[in-house]
Write a protein that binds this ligand. Structure first.
Ligand SMILES: C[C@@]1(CC(=O)O)c2cc3[nH]c(cc4nc(cc5[nH]c(cc(n2)[C@H]1CCC(=O)O)[C@@](C)(CC(=O)O)[C@@H]5CCC(=O)O)C(CC(=O)O)=C4CCC(=O)O)c(CCC(=O)O)c3CC(=O)O
Ligand SMILES: NC(=O)C1=CN([C@@H]2O[C@H](COP(=O)(O)OP(=O)(O)OC[C@H]3O[C@@H](n4cnc5c(N)ncnc54)[C@H](O)[C@@H]3O)[C@@H](O)[C@H]2O)C=CC1
Length: 194
């Protein structure tokens, strides 16, 4: 069914190893969000705060130097944070996290709760230097997951060779900016010609 709706979210590729991320909660949802975050960005700087952490969450966190603080959420944990993900089983705690973040202009995602998200986590495909992020505008996370699996399958592993080769080639091209752009476009046009 064509509804005429359009995804107006703006994707960015964050250097999360330069940013301080807080995950509130240490249960199943925290583990899911942490797992996808670290799968894409193994060096992300993450701190977690929860009164209780599940075993699997602890193993994952330890393997990636994620700091775990055993405590209930309090506003002081937002200090110096850029991005916060709330995953607790207490609606009122998640809403408090959301409001505290809004007051401090910190980007916040209440997992699985779109009205309380400044941004959504997406499906992510990584092949060497190439990364594709997928969003269904929050309409169907399952579709995002299936598309991620589809692109993981169809995008060739050696796509990174093309990137590396063109990176070398662009260093060797002489001339001004326009001439370089023209050469690179000429060199790669067969990729999009039917
Ligand atoms: C809006 C968003 C906000 C956010 O959390 O950021 C959101 C919201 C919700 N998710 C829900 C459930 C599920 N989420 C998944 C999976 C993923 N969810 C992810 C992102 C997002 N989920 C954001 C939108 C992304 C977009 O725009 O498409 C992915 C892509 C990335 C990630 O989690 O890091 C990751 C796949 C990663 C991968 O595999 O690559 C599965 C599938 C499964 O696990 O098999 C299910 C069960 C099936 C189902 O319900 O569809 C529910 C209902 C909860 C309830 O029942 O109450 C809501 C709430 C609602 O929709 O209202
Ligand atoms: N598990 C799932 O796949 C799904 C869960 N949900 C909902 O998401 C919420 C979380 O689910 P789970 O992660 O499975 O629960 P969980 O019980 O595994 O984890 C909840 C976490 O929140 C922490 N927590 C509780 N109070 C806190 C506080 N004041 N400050 C900081 N942390 C606190 C707990 O210590 C625990 O680590 C629930 O409301 C659930 O209904 C929704 C859809 C799917």
């Amino acid at each position: 069914m064509e509804t005429g709706e359009r995804n107006e979210l703006y994707p960015v590729f964050l250097k999360v190893n330069n940013l301080n991320i807080l995950i509130v909660g240490g249960g199943n949802v925290a583990l899911e969000k942490l797992t996808f975050l670290l799968k894409s960005s193994p060096n992300a700087k993450v701190q977690m705060v929860a009164p209780h952490f599940r075993e699997e969450t602890i193993s994952k966190a330890k393997a990636h130097n994620v700091e775990m603080i055993t405590d209930v959420y309090a506003e002081n944990y937002l200090t110096a944070k850029h991005i916060v993900i709330a995953t607790t089983d207490k609606e009122e705690v998640n809403v408090k996290v959301y409001k505290d973040c809004k007051e401090q202009n910190i980007l916040v995602n209440v997992a699985d709760n779109p009205p309380y998200c400044d941004f959504y986590m997406g499906g992510i495909v990584t092949k060497g230097n190439v990364k594709i992020a997928i969003s269904t505008n929050g309409k169907s996370p399952t579709t995002a997951k299936r598309l991620r699996q589809f692109f993981e399958e169809v995008i060739p592993e050696n796509i990174d060779d093309l990137v590396q080769n063109l990176n070398e080639y662009r260093k060797t091209i002489k001339g001004n900016f326009e001439e370089k752009v023209e050469k690179l476009n000429e060199f790669t046009k067969s990729l999009v010609e039917k």
